[in-house]
Design a binder for this molecule. Structure first.
Ligand SMILES: Nc1ncnc2c1ncn2[C@@H]1O[C@H](COP(=O)(O)OP(=O)(O)OP(=O)(O)O)[C@@H](O)[C@H]1O
Ligand SMILES: [Mg+2]
Length: 261
């Protein structure tokens, strides 16, 4: 109930004056909400910028400009939603499949979540704001929106072209999934204001946390030693895959840093 002195999450100028990096803030927001959605299933569904404050982590060490760690403060706890076990794991499986461009799993989980056999591709498109050919593109940055004028006009074109199908999809989906979509949109707007576009790191975090949640759920259900070993192997393979993605991310960041020198 205390009053918190912090910067609104989209106030780039104040965030930088506090010695915080917008990139770190964006990572923190993505991590916090991915854990809420995929691991805890108890979600703040109104994360617009006025409800998210940032300040330097109070116990962070000596001030080194540009190196302070951010702390996220969530305000306005008026709209929370609980995900039941099946919905949480299906939604995590869907996001893992979206991040890893797994068309078969996207279809299966979208149908389980209520999008229907005919509208699963549209559901994936509305969640990611990407056309289906980009959703299933195996490139690591396939979900990243550059925020260019052509990106914007492409989205507007799809929105007007598929208006009746989008209305039907929204009518079909359970209310809890609609609230997850609203949360997703708020977070996309927050990330846009912090990074002037979406970032690969955000999808990396979503993919990693959703995969961990799926493994944890399977672990809690498996009883036999063989089942446990299979899951352990699955976990190792996923770790290796995300380590590979992290390497690509570092290389891309290094290239960007070198080109701006
Ligand atoms: N504990 C707090 N510390 C600092 N500022 C606060 C705190 N609680 C509220 N505020 C400020 O007041 C504003 C409105 O508060 P809050 O979001 O709880 O109200 P609201 O009427 O539900 O707003 P909305 O419906 O627009 O989200 C916040 O955006 C923030 O700027
Ligand atoms: Mg509010």
């Amino acid at each position: 109930m205390e009053f918190i002195d912090g910067a609104q999450v989209n106030d780039l100028k104040l965030i930088q004056e506090m010695g915080l990096r917008p990139y770190e803030v964006s990572k923190l927001v993505s991590q916090a909400f991915a854990e809420m959605i995929f691991k805890h299933g108890f979600v703040h569904c109104d994360p617009h910028a006025a409800n998210l404050l940032v300040r330097p982590l109070p116990l962070s060490k000596r001030f080194i400009p540009g190196k302070r760690k951010p702390q996220l403060i969530l305000l306005d706890h008026g709209l929370y939603k609980e995900l039941d076990f099946a919905t949480r794991i299906n939604y995590a499986t869907l996001w893992k499949a979206l991040v890893l461009s797994d068309a078969k799993s996207i279809k299966e989980t979208s149908v389980k979540l209520g999008a229907g056999e005919d509208l699963y591709a549209l559901f994936a498109g509305v969640l990611t704001m990407r056309p289906w050919n980009r959703v299933i593109d195996p490139a690591v940055d396939h979900l990243v929106i550059k925020g260019t004028d052509s990106d914007r006009s492409e989205l507007q074109m799809y929105a007007s072209q598929y208006f009746p199908q989008i209305s039907e999809l929204l009518r079909r989906l359970p209310r809890v999934i609609l609230l997850m979509m609203k949360t997703n949109d708020c977070l996309r707007a927050v990330n846009n204001s912090l990074l002037q576009g979406s970032s690969l790191e955000t999808f990396f975090i979503i993919g990693k946390v959703s995969s961990e949640a799926i493994i944890e759920a399977k672990m809690s259900q498996r009883k036999s030693v063989l089942g446990w070993i299979c899951l352990w192997l699955e976990e190792m393979m996923l770790e290796a895959r995300f380590f590979g993605l992290q390497l690509v991310l570092w290389l891309m960041q290094m290239r960007k840093a070198l080109s701006s020198c």
